[in-house]
Design a protein around this ligand. Structure first.
Ligand code: THU
Length: 132
């Protein structure tokens, strides 16, 4: 059983994989599947800034391509004094592919962390049910 603390350490380590060419702000993520697999992600920036992809989304997309569909939690580490929180675009991806019960562990640069449910980070979300 992977502990929150272990997932936090993996997210912090994943920051080393970031390619933050323009902001120099390193972000790492560690996504835990229901059957306890871990997929890491990191932010990758682009000279056309809007094409940048966040750590959370690289982790989710890697996991989906590997066939993973059920997730327990994600830990996110940044270089900020405050606990890093997922951006709006990542919240939409996380709630759709990982569910509103996902535990989101947000870490500050000292390595302290807080944990919230995805539904608390994106209440009243838009989803596929609206399109039926
Ligand atoms: N970033 C993430 O990777 N995740 C977040 O939760 C917030 C922001 C990245 C995007 C960009 O590469 C850099 O941090 C500055 O916004």
């Amino acid at each position: 059983m992977i502990s929150d603390k272990e997932l936090v350490e993996l997210a912090i380590k994943a920051k080393e994989k970031a390619i933050p060419t323009y902001s120099n702000f390193h972000v790492g993520a560690a996504l835990l599947t229901e059957d306890e697999k871990i997929i890491i992600g990191a932010n990758i920036e682009n000279a056309s800034y809007g094409l940048t992809i966040c750590a959370e989304r690289t982790a989710v997309f890697k996991a989906l391509l590997d066939g993973e569909r059920k997730f327990k939690s994600i830990a996110i580490a940044g270089d900020s004094d405050d606990y890093i929180t997922p951006c709006g675009a990542c919240r939409q991806i996380l709630i759709e592919f990982c569910g509103n019960n996902l535990d989101v562990i947000m870490i500050n640069k000292k390595g302290d962390f807080i944990k919230k449910k995805m539904n608390d980070l994106l209440p009243y979300s838009f989803g596929g049910d609206f399109l039926k």
